[in-house]
Design a protein around this ligand. Structure first.
Ligand SMILES: Cc1cc2nc3c(=O)[nH]c(=O)nc-3n(C[C@H](O)[C@H](O)[C@H](O)COP(=O)(O)O)c2cc1C
Length: 506
Protein backbone atom coordinates (compact mmCIF):
# COMPACT_ATOMS: atom_id res chain seq x y z
CA UNK A 1 0.00 0.00 0.00
CA UNK A 2 1.39 3.39 -0.99
CA UNK A 3 2.24 5.50 2.00
CA UNK A 4 0.07 8.56 2.40
CA UNK A 5 1.99 11.73 1.72
CA UNK A 6 -0.20 13.84 3.96
CA UNK A 7 -2.43 12.57 6.69
CA UNK A 8 -4.40 14.84 8.91
CA UNK A 9 -5.22 13.03 12.12
CA UNK A 10 -8.90 12.92 12.83
CA UNK A 11 -10.04 15.74 15.10
CA UNK A 12 -6.59 17.32 15.17
CA UNK A 13 -4.55 19.49 12.88
CA UNK A 14 -1.65 17.04 12.81
CA UNK A 15 0.00 15.72 9.68
CA UNK A 16 2.58 13.00 9.25
CA UNK A 17 4.63 15.03 6.80
CA UNK A 18 5.26 18.70 6.53
CA UNK A 19 4.09 19.31 2.98
CA UNK A 20 1.28 21.58 4.16
CA UNK A 21 2.11 22.15 7.77
CA UNK A 22 4.16 25.19 8.73
CA UNK A 23 4.82 24.01 12.27
CA UNK A 24 6.99 20.90 12.52
CA UNK A 25 7.37 19.03 15.82
CA UNK A 26 10.78 17.40 15.74
CA UNK A 27 12.08 14.64 18.00
CA UNK A 28 15.66 15.40 19.08
CA UNK A 29 18.41 13.04 17.90
CA UNK A 30 19.08 11.77 21.41
CA UNK A 31 15.53 10.46 21.87
CA UNK A 32 13.37 7.62 20.53
CA UNK A 33 9.69 6.72 20.82
CA UNK A 34 8.75 3.11 20.01
CA UNK A 35 5.48 1.16 20.34
CA UNK A 36 5.02 -1.29 23.18
CA UNK A 37 1.57 -2.84 22.86
CA UNK A 38 -1.65 -1.35 21.57
CA UNK A 39 -1.87 1.76 23.68
CA UNK A 40 1.64 2.17 25.07
CA UNK A 41 4.87 3.71 23.84
CA UNK A 42 8.38 3.64 25.24
CA UNK A 43 10.33 6.90 25.30
CA UNK A 44 14.11 6.65 25.62
CA UNK A 45 16.46 9.57 25.77
CA UNK A 46 19.86 10.54 26.89
CA UNK A 47 20.24 13.08 29.63
CA UNK A 48 23.83 13.99 30.41
CA UNK A 49 25.52 10.63 31.03
CA UNK A 50 22.24 8.79 31.77
CA UNK A 51 19.90 6.89 29.46
CA UNK A 52 16.35 7.46 30.65
CA UNK A 53 13.37 5.29 29.74
CA UNK A 54 9.72 5.89 30.44
CA UNK A 55 6.54 4.19 29.32
CA UNK A 56 3.47 6.09 28.16
CA UNK A 57 0.58 3.78 29.10
CA UNK A 58 -3.14 3.85 28.34
CA UNK A 59 -2.85 6.41 25.53
CA UNK A 60 -6.00 7.30 23.61
CA UNK A 61 -6.02 6.65 19.85
CA UNK A 62 -5.04 10.18 18.91
CA UNK A 63 -2.12 10.51 21.32
CA UNK A 64 -0.88 7.02 20.41
CA UNK A 65 -1.01 7.69 16.68
CA UNK A 66 0.64 11.13 16.74
CA UNK A 67 3.43 10.09 19.11
CA UNK A 68 4.06 6.78 17.33
CA UNK A 69 4.36 8.68 14.05
CA UNK A 70 6.72 11.13 15.72
CA UNK A 71 8.92 8.18 16.72
CA UNK A 72 8.85 6.65 13.25
CA UNK A 73 9.32 9.77 11.16
CA UNK A 74 11.16 11.90 13.74
CA UNK A 75 8.87 14.79 12.82
CA UNK A 76 5.16 15.52 12.51
CA UNK A 77 3.60 18.68 11.20
CA UNK A 78 0.71 20.73 12.45
CA UNK A 79 -1.32 23.53 10.98
CA UNK A 80 -2.35 26.72 12.72
CA UNK A 81 -5.42 28.32 11.21
CA UNK A 82 -6.43 31.94 11.63
CA UNK A 83 -10.04 30.91 12.18
CA UNK A 84 -10.57 27.96 14.46
CA UNK A 85 -12.44 24.97 13.14
CA UNK A 86 -14.75 23.45 15.72
CA UNK A 87 -13.46 20.19 17.16
CA UNK A 88 -9.87 20.50 15.94
CA UNK A 89 -6.75 20.69 18.05
CA UNK A 90 -5.10 17.98 20.13
CA UNK A 91 -6.96 16.29 22.92
CA UNK A 92 -6.05 16.64 26.58
CA UNK A 93 -3.89 13.51 26.70
CA UNK A 94 -1.84 14.45 23.66
CA UNK A 95 -1.30 17.96 25.09
CA UNK A 96 -0.08 16.43 28.37
CA UNK A 97 2.33 14.07 26.63
CA UNK A 98 3.67 16.76 24.29
CA UNK A 99 4.42 18.96 27.28
CA UNK A 100 6.17 16.03 28.96
CA UNK A 101 8.37 15.59 25.90
CA UNK A 102 9.02 19.34 25.88
CA UNK A 103 10.00 19.50 29.54
CA UNK A 104 12.22 16.45 28.94
CA UNK A 105 13.85 18.64 26.28
CA UNK A 106 13.50 16.02 23.58
CA UNK A 107 11.04 17.81 21.33
CA UNK A 108 11.49 21.06 19.42
CA UNK A 109 9.32 23.09 17.08
CA UNK A 110 10.24 24.62 13.79
CA UNK A 111 8.02 27.30 12.27
CA UNK A 112 8.17 28.38 8.64
CA UNK A 113 6.85 27.53 5.19
CA UNK A 114 7.97 24.17 3.81
CA UNK A 115 10.85 24.75 1.42
CA UNK A 116 11.81 28.15 2.85
CA UNK A 117 15.07 28.77 4.72
CA UNK A 118 13.46 31.36 6.98
CA UNK A 119 12.75 29.53 10.28
CA UNK A 120 11.89 30.01 13.88
CA UNK A 121 13.18 27.21 16.07
CA UNK A 122 11.59 26.80 19.48
CA UNK A 123 13.38 24.79 22.12
CA UNK A 124 12.35 24.16 25.69
CA UNK A 125 14.99 25.71 27.93
CA UNK A 126 13.64 24.58 31.26
CA UNK A 127 12.55 21.32 32.81
CA UNK A 128 9.41 23.21 33.74
CA UNK A 129 8.70 24.31 30.14
CA UNK A 130 5.00 24.33 29.42
CA UNK A 131 3.38 25.35 26.15
CA UNK A 132 -0.23 26.47 25.85
CA UNK A 133 -1.83 24.08 23.39
CA UNK A 134 -3.48 23.90 20.94
CA UNK A 135 -1.45 26.42 19.01
CA UNK A 136 -3.99 29.01 17.97
CA UNK A 137 -4.37 32.56 16.82
CA UNK A 138 -4.75 34.70 19.99
CA UNK A 139 -8.33 35.78 20.66
CA UNK A 140 -7.56 38.92 22.66
CA UNK A 141 -5.08 41.78 22.36
CA UNK A 142 -1.50 40.64 22.91
CA UNK A 143 1.41 42.27 24.72
CA UNK A 144 5.13 41.47 25.14
CA UNK A 145 6.09 39.82 28.45
CA UNK A 146 8.38 41.92 30.68
CA UNK A 147 10.54 38.87 31.31
CA UNK A 148 11.51 38.28 27.69
CA UNK A 149 15.11 39.00 26.70
CA UNK A 150 16.45 39.35 23.18
CA UNK A 151 20.00 38.80 22.03
CA UNK A 152 22.26 37.27 19.43
CA UNK A 153 23.08 33.56 19.50
CA UNK A 154 25.61 32.66 16.85
CA UNK A 155 23.86 33.77 13.63
CA UNK A 156 20.30 33.89 14.99
CA UNK A 157 18.12 36.37 16.82
CA UNK A 158 17.41 34.68 20.14
CA UNK A 159 14.35 35.42 22.24
CA UNK A 160 14.20 33.93 25.72
CA UNK A 161 10.98 33.44 27.57
CA UNK A 162 12.12 32.34 31.04
CA UNK A 163 8.74 32.17 32.74
CA UNK A 164 7.37 29.59 30.31
CA UNK A 165 10.87 28.13 29.85
CA UNK A 166 11.40 28.47 26.10
CA UNK A 167 14.09 29.84 23.84
CA UNK A 168 13.21 30.89 20.28
CA UNK A 169 15.80 31.38 17.55
CA UNK A 170 14.85 33.19 14.39
CA UNK A 171 16.68 32.96 11.11
CA UNK A 172 15.14 35.54 8.79
CA UNK A 173 11.58 35.70 10.13
CA UNK A 174 10.20 39.13 11.04
CA UNK A 175 9.67 38.49 14.75
CA UNK A 176 11.38 41.81 15.61
CA UNK A 177 8.31 43.50 14.17
CA UNK A 178 6.04 41.62 16.62
CA UNK A 179 8.33 42.37 19.58
CA UNK A 180 8.54 46.05 18.72
CA UNK A 181 4.80 46.59 18.29
CA UNK A 182 3.74 44.64 21.36
CA UNK A 183 6.38 46.36 23.52
CA UNK A 184 4.58 49.67 22.93
CA UNK A 185 1.01 48.58 23.52
CA UNK A 186 -1.40 45.68 23.51
CA UNK A 187 -2.09 44.90 19.85
CA UNK A 188 -4.89 43.31 17.89
CA UNK A 189 -3.67 39.92 16.54
CA UNK A 190 -5.23 40.59 13.14
CA UNK A 191 -3.36 43.88 12.87
CA UNK A 192 -0.10 42.10 13.77
CA UNK A 193 -0.63 39.39 11.16
CA UNK A 194 -1.48 42.00 8.54
CA UNK A 195 1.72 43.87 9.42
CA UNK A 196 3.93 40.84 8.62
CA UNK A 197 3.92 41.40 4.86
CA UNK A 198 7.22 39.62 4.13
CA UNK A 199 5.82 36.18 5.04
CA UNK A 200 2.73 34.21 4.05
CA UNK A 201 -0.41 34.69 6.11
CA UNK A 202 -0.08 31.08 7.37
CA UNK A 203 3.45 31.77 8.59
CA UNK A 204 2.38 35.03 10.23
CA UNK A 205 -0.44 33.27 12.08
CA UNK A 206 1.89 30.45 13.15
CA UNK A 207 4.53 32.89 14.42
CA UNK A 208 1.97 34.74 16.47
CA UNK A 209 0.48 31.49 17.78
CA UNK A 210 3.87 30.05 18.78
CA UNK A 211 5.07 33.28 20.39
CA UNK A 212 1.88 33.38 22.45
CA UNK A 213 2.03 29.67 23.36
CA UNK A 214 5.59 30.07 24.63
CA UNK A 215 4.85 33.15 26.73
CA UNK A 216 6.86 35.63 24.65
CA UNK A 217 3.54 37.37 24.07
CA UNK A 218 0.50 37.12 26.29
CA UNK A 219 -3.17 37.86 25.90
CA UNK A 220 -4.29 40.78 28.08
CA UNK A 221 -7.50 40.98 30.09
CA UNK A 222 -10.08 43.77 29.94
CA UNK A 223 -7.84 46.03 32.03
CA UNK A 224 -4.94 45.49 29.64
CA UNK A 225 -3.06 43.29 32.13
CA UNK A 226 -1.11 40.13 31.41
CA UNK A 227 -1.35 37.12 33.75
CA UNK A 228 2.24 37.90 34.86
CA UNK A 229 1.12 41.39 35.99
CA UNK A 230 -1.30 39.79 38.42
CA UNK A 231 1.04 37.17 39.86
CA UNK A 232 1.89 38.51 43.31
CA UNK A 233 5.13 36.54 43.53
CA UNK A 234 6.34 37.26 40.02
CA UNK A 235 5.71 41.01 40.06
CA UNK A 236 8.19 41.25 42.91
CA UNK A 237 10.94 39.74 40.76
CA UNK A 238 12.81 41.95 38.33
CA UNK A 239 13.42 40.65 34.79
CA UNK A 240 17.22 40.90 35.09
CA UNK A 241 17.19 38.85 38.32
CA UNK A 242 14.97 36.19 36.77
CA UNK A 243 17.14 36.07 33.63
CA UNK A 244 20.34 35.75 35.68
CA UNK A 245 18.91 32.96 37.83
CA UNK A 246 17.69 31.03 34.80
CA UNK A 247 20.95 31.56 32.91
CA UNK A 248 23.11 30.34 35.77
CA UNK A 249 21.24 27.26 37.02
CA UNK A 250 21.07 23.84 35.40
CA UNK A 251 17.60 22.79 34.35
CA UNK A 252 16.43 26.30 33.55
CA UNK A 253 18.40 27.04 30.40
CA UNK A 254 19.72 25.25 27.35
CA UNK A 255 23.35 24.88 26.50
CA UNK A 256 26.37 23.90 28.52
CA UNK A 257 26.89 24.83 32.12
CA UNK A 258 29.78 24.16 34.46
CA UNK A 259 33.51 23.62 34.09
CA UNK A 260 33.70 23.41 30.28
CA UNK A 261 37.13 25.09 29.96
CA UNK A 262 36.01 26.96 26.83
CA UNK A 263 39.30 28.80 26.47
CA UNK A 264 41.76 26.06 27.43
CA UNK A 265 44.31 25.83 24.67
CA UNK A 266 43.25 29.07 22.96
CA UNK A 267 43.77 31.71 25.66
CA UNK A 268 46.17 31.46 28.60
CA UNK A 269 44.57 31.33 32.05
CA UNK A 270 45.10 34.47 34.13
CA UNK A 271 47.72 34.10 36.88
CA UNK A 272 46.71 33.36 40.47
CA UNK A 273 47.99 36.71 41.65
CA UNK A 274 47.39 40.04 40.02
CA UNK A 275 50.49 41.83 38.79
CA UNK A 276 51.48 44.70 41.03
CA UNK A 277 52.35 48.07 39.61
CA UNK A 278 54.19 49.41 42.67
CA UNK A 279 57.90 49.06 43.33
CA UNK A 280 58.88 46.87 46.30
CA UNK A 281 59.92 49.93 48.33
CA UNK A 282 56.43 51.44 47.95
CA UNK A 283 54.70 48.46 49.59
CA UNK A 284 53.44 48.91 53.14
CA UNK A 285 54.44 45.72 54.95
CA UNK A 286 51.84 44.43 57.41
CA UNK A 287 52.50 42.64 60.68
CA UNK A 288 52.84 38.86 60.41
CA UNK A 289 51.35 36.32 62.81
CA UNK A 290 54.39 36.22 65.12
CA UNK A 291 53.20 39.21 67.09
CA UNK A 292 49.69 38.03 67.89
CA UNK A 293 49.35 34.26 67.58
CA UNK A 294 50.33 33.61 71.20
CA UNK A 295 47.67 35.93 72.56
CA UNK A 296 44.74 34.18 74.28
CA UNK A 297 42.13 33.14 71.73
CA UNK A 298 38.39 32.98 72.25
CA UNK A 299 36.52 29.73 71.63
CA UNK A 300 34.69 29.17 68.36
CA UNK A 301 31.42 28.99 70.29
CA UNK A 302 32.05 32.45 71.64
CA UNK A 303 33.08 33.82 68.23
CA UNK A 304 29.83 32.65 66.69
CA UNK A 305 27.82 34.03 69.60
CA UNK A 306 29.57 37.41 69.38
CA UNK A 307 29.24 37.87 65.62
CA UNK A 308 27.01 40.79 64.66
CA UNK A 309 26.96 43.81 62.37
CA UNK A 310 28.43 46.83 64.10
CA UNK A 311 28.11 49.98 62.06
CA UNK A 312 29.73 52.66 64.25
CA UNK A 313 33.37 52.68 65.25
CA UNK A 314 35.22 53.68 68.44
CA UNK A 315 37.16 56.80 69.27
CA UNK A 316 40.45 54.84 69.25
CA UNK A 317 41.11 53.88 65.61
CA UNK A 318 41.97 50.42 64.38
CA UNK A 319 45.72 49.85 64.61
CA UNK A 320 47.91 48.84 61.68
CA UNK A 321 48.76 45.67 63.65
CA UNK A 322 45.06 44.78 63.93
CA UNK A 323 44.56 45.41 60.23
CA UNK A 324 47.53 43.13 59.49
CA UNK A 325 46.12 40.40 61.73
CA UNK A 326 42.66 40.72 60.20
CA UNK A 327 43.91 40.48 56.61
CA UNK A 328 46.30 37.65 57.45
CA UNK A 329 43.55 35.61 59.10
CA UNK A 330 41.06 36.26 56.29
CA UNK A 331 42.89 36.45 53.01
CA UNK A 332 46.62 35.79 52.96
CA UNK A 333 48.03 33.39 50.39
CA UNK A 334 49.78 30.42 51.96
CA UNK A 335 51.11 28.98 48.73
CA UNK A 336 50.77 29.39 44.98
CA UNK A 337 50.10 26.12 43.17
CA UNK A 338 51.77 26.20 39.75
CA UNK A 339 50.25 25.14 36.42
CA UNK A 340 50.64 21.43 35.64
CA UNK A 341 52.90 21.01 32.62
CA UNK A 342 51.18 19.53 29.57
CA UNK A 343 47.66 19.88 30.99
CA UNK A 344 45.75 22.57 29.01
CA UNK A 345 43.02 22.64 31.67
CA UNK A 346 45.40 23.41 34.47
CA UNK A 347 45.62 26.94 35.82
CA UNK A 348 47.58 28.53 38.61
CA UNK A 349 45.79 28.25 41.98
CA UNK A 350 46.56 29.38 45.49
CA UNK A 351 45.83 28.37 49.06
CA UNK A 352 43.97 30.84 51.26
CA UNK A 353 42.04 30.51 54.54
CA UNK A 354 38.55 30.57 52.98
CA UNK A 355 37.00 28.26 50.35
CA UNK A 356 36.53 29.59 46.82
CA UNK A 357 34.93 28.09 43.69
CA UNK A 358 37.52 26.26 41.57
CA UNK A 359 40.33 27.38 43.90
CA UNK A 360 40.68 30.33 41.53
CA UNK A 361 40.39 33.06 44.20
CA UNK A 362 39.31 35.74 41.76
CA UNK A 363 38.55 38.26 44.51
CA UNK A 364 41.11 40.95 45.25
CA UNK A 365 40.84 43.10 48.35
CA UNK A 366 41.14 46.88 48.21
CA UNK A 367 41.10 49.12 51.27
CA UNK A 368 40.12 52.73 51.66
CA UNK A 369 41.63 53.86 54.93
CA UNK A 370 40.35 56.89 56.75
CA UNK A 371 41.59 56.34 60.31
CA UNK A 372 43.89 53.38 60.79
CA UNK A 373 47.09 53.48 62.86
CA UNK A 374 49.93 55.10 61.02
CA UNK A 375 48.47 54.38 57.56
CA UNK A 376 48.12 57.31 55.23
CA UNK A 377 44.50 58.01 54.22
CA UNK A 378 43.98 56.58 50.72
CA UNK A 379 43.28 53.55 48.56
CA UNK A 380 45.41 50.39 48.77
CA UNK A 381 45.37 46.93 47.24
CA UNK A 382 46.14 44.00 49.50
CA UNK A 383 48.99 41.83 48.20
CA UNK A 384 48.08 38.49 49.77
CA UNK A 385 51.37 36.69 49.11
CA UNK A 386 53.60 39.45 50.44
CA UNK A 387 51.03 40.34 53.14
CA UNK A 388 51.49 43.99 52.27
CA UNK A 389 49.50 46.96 51.00
CA UNK A 390 50.18 48.50 47.62
CA UNK A 391 49.12 52.16 47.26
CA UNK A 392 46.66 52.83 44.40
CA UNK A 393 46.69 56.30 42.88
CA UNK A 394 43.09 57.36 43.63
CA UNK A 395 42.16 60.96 44.32
CA UNK A 396 41.22 62.15 47.80
CA UNK A 397 37.75 63.02 46.46
CA UNK A 398 37.22 59.49 45.14
CA UNK A 399 38.31 57.98 48.47
CA UNK A 400 36.00 60.34 50.36
CA UNK A 401 33.07 59.42 48.13
CA UNK A 402 33.67 55.70 48.60
CA UNK A 403 33.79 56.18 52.38
CA UNK A 404 30.75 58.43 52.44
CA UNK A 405 28.72 55.99 50.33
CA UNK A 406 29.51 53.23 52.83
CA UNK A 407 28.61 55.49 55.74
CA UNK A 408 25.24 56.23 54.21
CA UNK A 409 24.56 52.59 53.24
CA UNK A 410 25.16 51.45 56.81
CA UNK A 411 23.57 54.47 58.48
CA UNK A 412 26.75 55.03 60.52
CA UNK A 413 27.40 58.36 62.23
CA UNK A 414 30.89 58.76 60.77
CA UNK A 415 32.94 57.39 57.87
CA UNK A 416 34.23 53.87 58.49
CA UNK A 417 37.81 53.69 59.74
CA UNK A 418 38.52 51.24 56.92
CA UNK A 419 36.37 50.26 53.97
CA UNK A 420 37.23 46.95 52.32
CA UNK A 421 36.23 46.58 48.68
CA UNK A 422 36.18 43.24 46.89
CA UNK A 423 37.21 43.41 43.23
CA UNK A 424 36.52 40.31 41.11
CA UNK A 425 38.92 39.42 38.30
CA UNK A 426 36.20 37.85 36.16
CA UNK A 427 38.37 35.97 33.67
CA UNK A 428 39.81 33.79 36.48
CA UNK A 429 36.46 31.97 36.57
CA UNK A 430 35.03 32.59 33.11
CA UNK A 431 38.06 30.89 31.50
CA UNK A 432 36.90 27.68 33.16
CA UNK A 433 33.19 27.97 33.92
CA UNK A 434 30.39 28.48 31.46
CA UNK A 435 27.09 30.08 32.43
CA UNK A 436 27.92 30.04 36.13
CA UNK A 437 31.08 32.13 36.51
CA UNK A 438 29.46 35.29 37.84
CA UNK A 439 27.06 33.37 40.06
CA UNK A 440 30.12 31.66 41.57
CA UNK A 441 31.74 35.03 42.22
CA UNK A 442 28.71 36.24 44.16
CA UNK A 443 28.82 33.06 46.26
CA UNK A 444 32.50 33.68 46.90
CA UNK A 445 31.62 37.18 48.12
CA UNK A 446 29.27 35.62 50.67
CA UNK A 447 31.98 33.23 51.84
CA UNK A 448 34.38 36.14 52.32
CA UNK A 449 31.78 38.16 54.20
CA UNK A 450 31.28 35.38 56.72
CA UNK A 451 34.99 34.81 57.09
CA UNK A 452 35.49 38.54 57.73
CA UNK A 453 32.57 38.72 60.16
CA UNK A 454 33.89 35.78 62.21
CA UNK A 455 37.43 37.13 62.20
CA UNK A 456 36.23 40.54 63.33
CA UNK A 457 34.17 38.89 66.08
CA UNK A 458 37.16 36.86 67.27
CA UNK A 459 39.38 39.95 67.30
CA UNK A 460 36.84 42.21 69.00
CA UNK A 461 36.44 44.49 65.97
CA UNK A 462 33.42 46.14 64.38
CA UNK A 463 32.40 45.22 60.85
CA UNK A 464 29.37 45.48 58.63
CA UNK A 465 28.69 44.27 55.10
CA UNK A 466 27.62 46.92 52.61
CA UNK A 467 25.02 45.53 50.25
CA UNK A 468 25.09 48.20 47.57
CA UNK A 469 28.06 50.19 46.42
CA UNK A 470 29.21 52.20 43.42
CA UNK A 471 31.17 50.01 40.99
CA UNK A 472 31.51 52.96 38.60
CA UNK A 473 33.30 54.92 41.31
CA UNK A 474 35.49 51.89 42.05
CA UNK A 475 36.43 51.81 38.34
CA UNK A 476 37.31 55.50 38.38
CA UNK A 477 39.32 55.21 41.59
CA UNK A 478 41.30 52.13 40.52
CA UNK A 479 41.48 52.83 36.78
CA UNK A 480 40.36 49.23 36.15
CA UNK A 481 38.21 48.23 33.19
CA UNK A 482 34.78 47.18 34.54
CA UNK A 483 34.69 44.16 32.21
CA UNK A 484 38.01 42.92 33.58
CA UNK A 485 37.76 43.60 37.29
CA UNK A 486 34.91 45.26 39.14
CA UNK A 487 33.79 45.65 42.75
CA UNK A 488 31.29 43.02 43.88
CA UNK A 489 31.15 43.48 47.66
CA UNK A 490 32.17 45.87 50.44
CA UNK A 491 32.59 45.76 54.20
CA UNK A 492 33.28 48.42 56.80
CA UNK A 493 35.88 47.65 59.47
CA UNK A 494 36.97 49.51 62.58
CA UNK A 495 37.42 49.40 66.31
CA UNK A 496 34.38 48.57 68.43
CA UNK A 497 32.39 51.62 69.54
CA UNK A 498 33.40 52.75 73.03
CA UNK A 499 30.13 51.48 74.53
CA UNK A 500 30.82 47.93 73.28
CA UNK A 501 34.43 47.65 74.44
CA UNK A 502 35.16 45.50 77.43
CA UNK A 503 34.99 47.77 80.41
CA UNK A 504 33.43 50.48 78.21
CA UNK A 505 30.44 52.50 79.27
CA UNK A 506 26.89 51.14 78.97
C1 LIG B 1 25.03 40.64 51.75
C2 LIG B 1 24.80 41.57 52.91
C3 LIG B 1 24.56 42.90 52.68
C4 LIG B 1 24.37 43.80 53.74
N1 LIG B 1 24.21 45.11 53.47
C5 LIG B 1 24.09 45.98 54.49
C6 LIG B 1 24.04 47.39 54.24
O1 LIG B 1 24.13 47.84 53.10
N2 LIG B 1 23.87 48.22 55.29
C7 LIG B 1 23.80 47.76 56.57
O2 LIG B 1 23.66 48.56 57.47
N3 LIG B 1 23.87 46.43 56.83
C8 LIG B 1 24.03 45.53 55.83
N4 LIG B 1 24.15 44.19 56.09
C9 LIG B 1 24.08 43.69 57.46
C10 LIG B 1 22.71 43.10 57.76
O3 LIG B 1 21.79 44.14 57.90
C11 LIG B 1 22.83 42.25 59.03
O4 LIG B 1 23.70 41.18 58.80
C12 LIG B 1 21.46 41.69 59.45
O5 LIG B 1 20.59 42.73 59.81
C13 LIG B 1 21.60 40.76 60.65
O6 LIG B 1 22.22 41.43 61.71
P1 LIG B 1 23.58 40.91 62.35
O7 LIG B 1 24.63 40.85 61.29
O8 LIG B 1 23.95 41.93 63.40
O9 LIG B 1 23.34 39.56 62.95
C14 LIG B 1 24.36 43.31 55.07
C15 LIG B 1 24.59 41.95 55.30
C16 LIG B 1 24.83 41.09 54.24
C17 LIG B 1 25.15 39.65 54.51
Amino acid sequence: MAELDVMLFPATDWETTSTRANVAWILEDWASVVPSGDDSLIVRHQQDALMLRWVLRGLDAEAYQVLKTLGERRSVGSVVRAAETAGTGPGERLVRELNRLLSGRILRLSVGSPGSDARLTVRPASRTARMSLPLRMPRRLVRLSRYVTVGRASDALEVRSPIRGFVLQSHGLPIGNLLDKTAHRACDPEELVDGLRSVSREDAVSLLAVMTATGVLGEVDDRGLLAEDQDEILIQRQPADVAFHHASRLGLHVGPSGATFRFAGSLPPTPALRDGTAQAQELVKLDGPGSWLEAGEVSFTEVVARRKSVRDHGSEPLTARQLGEFLFRVARVGRVIPVEDGNPRSYECSERPYPSGGGAYEIELYLVTSRCGGLRRGLYRYRPLEHALEPVAASAAQCNMLLENARMATGAKESPQVLILMGARFARLSWKYENMAYATTLKNVGVLYESMYLTAAAMGLACCAVGNSDSGLFAQATGLRVEEESSVGELTLGSLPDRDREGGEG
